[in-house]
Ligand binder design. Sequence first.
Ligand SMILES: [Zn+2]
Length: 111
Amino acid sequence: MKIADLHAETERLLVLASMATTGPWTWIIQDASTATLGRADDWISDGFVMDSSPCESCCKGKESWKFGRCTTPSSENANFIAAAPDMAAHIKRLDARVCELEQLHGASLPG
Ligand SMILES: [Zn+2]
């Protein structure tokens, strides 16, 4: 992939990130039936991202929340989703570093 294409893809992803709820995101366990993804300081309004819940029958008799049950994400996927704002920030830093290297090395960089 050419560097210009990398910058274009970076820009596309950062536009998506800029339109989403600002981070950091964390899962807030409400009860046995609901976990909410959002900013810990404001998950009810501006910081809300999404709720996740298993079906009603899976909730019955369960006393604590469990990732990976029914339609809830696995804990690995839940952690990965919650890391989206961190990843966007990291992509931005990587792209800035690539720009620095381009200026230092100019035409000697491939692509
Ligand atoms: Zn279920």
